[in-house]
Ligand binder design. Structure first.
Ligand code: SF4
Ligand code: SF4
Length: 149
């Protein structure tokens, strides 16, 4: 019996392998802190300043003021630990917890290309319209794709 010949679309396979980079919002891009500081646990609402802990990570996970993760939210750190019943804590691997010294910012990310004091071109995310890399970001902005130099 003759079977129909199946064609394989190699072009489509190539497209899948070259999937576009995430858009800025898909990479959790956030604008600079309102006070223009660099982003770090020391200026995140989830950091427990008196205990070197973060309320979205396990209670026995030490988190220092010069660390940062992709879930950072700017604001005053907490004074006390708070227990949320039933919460599944974040692991450092999932949150991207890492040392960032004086703080993280696009200007010190390997994907950043300097334009002027306040702006640069990021080649680590794609333009929402064209889906091509090269998006203007703020020098003190930041996203979860941050890779310090
Ligand atoms: S680990 Fe992330 S969420 Fe926790 S305090 Fe630091 S930046 Fe905030
Ligand atoms: S420069 Fe780095 S941190 Fe800033 S948006 Fe691009 S990938 Fe994210």
């Amino acid at each position: 019996m003759n079977r129909p010949i199946r064609t394989i679309n190699l072009g489509a396979i190539g497209q899948q392998a070259d999937a576009p980079l995430p858009k800025p919002d898909g990479a959790l891009y956030r604008p600079p802190n309102p006070d223009d500081t660099r982003k770090a646990c020391r200026n995140c609402v989830m950091w427990v300043a008196t205990k070197d802990r973060c309320i979205i990570h396990r209670k026995d996970q030490e988190v220092d003021d010069d660390q940062w993760c992709g879930f950072h939210i700017f604001g005053q750190p907490r004074k006390e630990w708070v227990e949320y019943e039933g919460i599944a804590p974040m692991t450092p691997e999932l949150s991207g917890l890492r040392m960032v010294g004086p703080g993280a910012a696009c200007a010190s990310c390997k994907f950043y290309r300097y334009q002027d004091e306040k702006h640069g071109l990021c080649i680590g995310v794609s333009d929402p319209k064209t889906r091509r890399p090269g998006v203007v970001v703020e020098s003190r902005g930041l996203c979860a794709r941050y890779e310090g130099m």
